[in-house]
Design a protein around this ligand. Structure first.
Ligand code: NAP
Length: 369
């Protein structure tokens, strides 16, 4: 009888997504005993749990162990060294949004440590970092998967990769990439308003979205469009365009110029009603044509043109009919012709995002264990 295979798992980040991932990892470990999944390292920015002999950390008790720990995390170069000499293969799960961790991916990968992550930063930094990551993986044979870096658990990145790898030609991708902006526009300019329910002014809708927890603590971090630009950069690069950075193409900010310099999110929200006319005009102009306005990212692969901003759509268009905070992506390709392949659903949330990470982990395990 052959010995049970073992794969070490190291986790950086145990916040909203990290905690959900731990739950899914515990279930996966129980479901697939053919490979022993041994958690050997887990850290937040301040505390870590690990031991020099790679002793297995109980997955179900990892959050409590972290809370009780007085051990400091290893510096990233020391973590690379620690994991590189582990007695079996290692998968690093980066559940942070840290640029420092992302910048270290080439070092992890070149030492044979595979990575799965929902962290956008590695894939939206310089194009050189992107190349370093995939070149390091190719050279060492380590794997790197990042499904949840765009569209959370939706099968978006894997689908784009499959289209490219099977020889289809992507001509255009457009989508509603932000759950926050989806929610805001579905409420502010609904295609099919519920009878008797009037949409609020823009400032009221932004305030409601913040109160419901849909926005960042400072809503300007959603409304400046950079999160959408980052996600669009990932899809464009996967489609073959060497986009230099998310700031190298036009991104329309929804923050009135006068409020860019407001000292806090609260001050921004307080003053926003003074600028409601701007968005009312945009909405009215769309309505006059029988359309609704939505915040969209698009990449025309043929002309290598990327843009992020407001666009209007017929009320029957799938983008107009979106509900809640869902994301939607239309992939136009040679094979699919004029009817795009559409992927739609929740684009945020701990469990669905962790599902993208766990799905990636399973893909890596299928290849390395
Ligand atoms: N939440 C979603 O719906 C969603 C959707 C799609 C993608 N994502 C992506 O998933 C990732 C995690 O999101 P989240 O919502 O779970 O964030 P979060 O709740 O803020 O958790 C982040 C975790 O990472 C830790 N961390 C941050 N920097 C670190 C560092 N340098 N070293 C070690 N640990 C560090 C934090 O520790 P401390 O608490 O000590 O700072 C915390 O445990 C992000 O990249 C995010 O963009 C999230």
């Amino acid at each position: 009888m052959s010995a049970q295979k073992q794969v070490f798992i190291a986790i950086i980040g145990a916040g909203g997504v990290g905690k959900c991932f731990l739950g899914q990892l515990a279930a996966l470990a129980a479901r697939r005993p053919a490979v022993r999944l041994s958690l050997c390292y887990i850290t937040t920015s301040k505390k870590a749990v690990y031991s020099p002999d790679y002793a297995e950390i109980n997955i179900a008790g990892a959050t409590a162990a972290l809370a009780a720990s007085e051990t400091k995390p290893l510096a990233l170069p020391a973590l690379v060294d620690y994991l590189a000499v582990a007695p079996s293969k290692v998968v690093l799960v980066d559940n942070t949004s840290s640029q420092d961790v992302a910048d270290a991916y080439p070092q992890f990968l070149s030492r044979g440590i595979s990575i799965v992550t929902p962290n956008k930063k590695a894939f939206t930094g310089s194009f050189k970092l992107w190349q370093d990551i995939f070149n390091s993986a190719a050279a060492s044979g380590a794997k790197v998967y990042h499904e949840a870096s765009c569209g959370a658990g939706l099968p978006l990145i894997s689908t784009v990769n499959d289209l490219v790898d099977t020889g289809d030609e992507i001509t255009k991708i457009e989508g509603i990439f932000s759950g926050t902006l989806s929610f805001l526009f579905n409420s502010f300019a609904p295609a099919n308003p519920a009878p008797g329910v009037a949409a609020g002014k823009w400032s009221a809708e932004v305030t409601t979205a913040k109160e419901l927890g849909y926005t960042e603590p400072d809503p300007r971090d959603d409304l400046n469009g950079m999160d959408v630009a980052r996600k669009l950069t990932i899809l464009a690069r996967l489609s073959g365009i060497p986009v230099e950075s998310p700031t190298s193409f036009p991104v329309e900010s929804l923050i009135p110029a006068e409020l860019e310099s407001a000292s806090s999110g609260d001050e921004y929200l307080e003053k926003l009603p003074q600028y409601d006319d701007q968005m009312e005009k945009v909405k009215a102009a769309a309505e006059k044509e029988g359309k609704v306005v939505r915040y969209v990212g698009s990449v025309d692969v043929t002309t290598k043109t990327l843009k992020v901003g407001l666009q209007t759509f017929d009320k029957s268009h799938p983008f107009a009919a979106l509900k809640g905070s869902d994301n939607i992506f239309s992939l136009y390709t040679k094979r699919y012709g004029s009817n795009p392949l559409i992927i739609q659903g929740a684009g945020a949330g701990g469990e669905v995002t962790a599902m993208g990470v766990t799905g990636d982990l399973i893909k890596v395990l299928n290849q390395i264990a």
